[in-house]
Design a protein around this ligand. Sequence first.
Ligand SMILES: [Zn+2]
Ligand SMILES: [Zn+2]
Length: 237
Amino acid sequence: MRNCLICHGDVSSLFGWAAFLGLQKHNPVCEECESAFQKIAGELCRICGREWAMVALDNRHGDLCSDCFRWENDLSATGLLQWNRSVYHYNDHMKEVLARYKFRGDATFVKSFKKAFRETFEAVRNKENPILVPIPLSADRKYDRGFNQSLLLAELLPGKPEELLSRFNSEKQSKKARKERMERENTFYVPDPEPVKGKSILLIDDIYTTGTTVRMAAKVLKDAGAKDISSYTLVRS
Ligand SMILES: [Zn+2]
Ligand SMILES: [Zn+2]
């Protein structure tokens, strides 16, 4: 019997013959799970990759959503992130699935996104070959979870991810002003600036929410001499 990697439902009937003949290469995901995820499509906010159709008229500033507009008008963050692109919307199904798999500490689950994560990557990287840098977890978090989901995602892409960022253990994020957090609570650091200098970097993470995490990471990379920084995530909330 084979189980769907996401909901753990039985999918052996779908895969029986292929598995028997040794033809089954992909990890099985049932049709229900496959169709409940919703891909981001159409026109996007130029920076954060939010689907433009979902940005209310009041929140449009040229080709930017109001979040990105605010970031770009914040002197501590202007131009830090070139763009973000993501594969899926953070719909209810995705929320449930992500929460469950983090809770379960199930590393193999990430593999079920391989095809979609690669396809969108080929479309967004724009023929360039940036260095893939996963967003790290602090040592404490990694110990708790047992794996870094961002590294697992980066490993689905062609090329070899480079762990050029590290992260201090931090206290819970407080609700300080964004600017203050960007400056004082940035827990990222670049252990060795040499391989970063003059390079284009693509940060890999599971989810883009407010954009603070990738910008904090981008800040220390830029300070270390990186040329430009973009990000690619599985989900955009
Ligand atoms: Zn399923
Ligand atoms: Zn935006």
